[in-house]
Design a protein around this ligand. Structure first.
Ligand code: ADP
Ligand code: ADP
Length: 225
């Protein structure tokens, strides 16, 4: 169970910008929901509030039935994948995947099993001892996905994960992410600018504009011609 519920949520940054206004959304357990909308409409802010990286100004956010307004990121059981990969540059692929598990004091043998399982799913076994900088963009993004997978999170957050990749790789990685979704069957919240990604991956699409929701519906009703 990992539904995510926003009730009258506002986010105002210290500079005075109100990024999200009276936001109400009920994301169902195991749903693949896609957020779209112009740059600056508040998509990343929504993800960062779910992750606990950004404080909520007012309103309520529930994850898995629990009010999380004051719950720190490490206690939320959420993984986030970023557009720029955000890998630890000085660590090997293995250590990038193992790091968050080490912080949680999971035994080494168990970490080893989880890391090796994740790299197998993603087809990056041969890069375990390499540093991120020698990998291609697609390989780095696989490492970023692996770092999310090893934690077996309740909610996967993805912020334009494929927008730095070329068209061909984007198609490949789209399939990869759908595979991960099928395998882990948990809640996915995915931000993109790409209409094809939204249509092919999303079970529902949320269209945002200037911090509010304009429309929420199944892809065929959002992009009908
Ligand atoms: P995108 O449209 O791809 O989300 P942005 O250029 O809006 O990219 O934002 C990139 C990053 O910069 C975001 O993570 C956001 O938090 C940060 N950012 C955006 N606007 C501001 C701002 N006015 N002040 C500080 N940080 C900002
Ligand atoms: P999107 O992801 O849709 O591009 P963001 O959530 O990044 O939108 O930004 C929403 C609004 O909040 C924008 O006006 C942006 O400039 C502003 N913003 C984002 N992050 C910050 C920040 N850290 N500090 C101040 N303003 C920010």
């Amino acid at each position: 169970m990992a539904d995510v519920i926003f009730k009258n949520v506002y986010k105002r940054y210290n500079c005075g910008v109100t990024a999200v206004k009276d936001f109400n959304l009920d994301i169902k357990d195991k749903e693949f929901i896609v957020l779209v909308g112009p740059s600056g409409c508040g998509k990343s802010t929504i993800l960062r509030m779910i992750a606990g990286l950004e404080e909520i100004t007012s309103g309520e956010l529930y994850i898995d039935g629990r009010l999380v307004n004051n719950i720190p990121p490490k206690d939320r059981d959420i993984a986030m994948v970023f557009q720029n990969y955000a890998l630890y540059p000085h660590m090997t692929v293995y250590d990038n995947l193992a790091f968050s598990l080490k912080l949680r004091r999971i035994p080494k043998a168990e970490i080893d099993i989880k890391v090796k399982e994740a790299v197998k799913i993603l087809g990056i076994e041969e890069y375990l001892n390499k540093k991120p900088k020698v990998l291609s963009g697609g390989q780095q993004q696989r490492v970023a996905l692996g770092r999310a997978i090893v934690r077996n999170p309740k909610v996967f957050l993805m912020d334009e994960p494929l927008s730095n990749l070329d068209a061909k790789l984007r198609v490949q990685m789209r399939t990869e992410i759908s595979k991960i979704y099928d395998r882990f069957k948990t809640t996915f919240i995915y931000v993109t600018h790409d209409q094809t990604e939204a249509m092919t991956m999303g079970s529902r699409i949320v269209v945002m504009n200037k911090g509010v929701i304009q429309q929420v519906d199944k892809p065929q009703f959002i992009y009908e011609n």
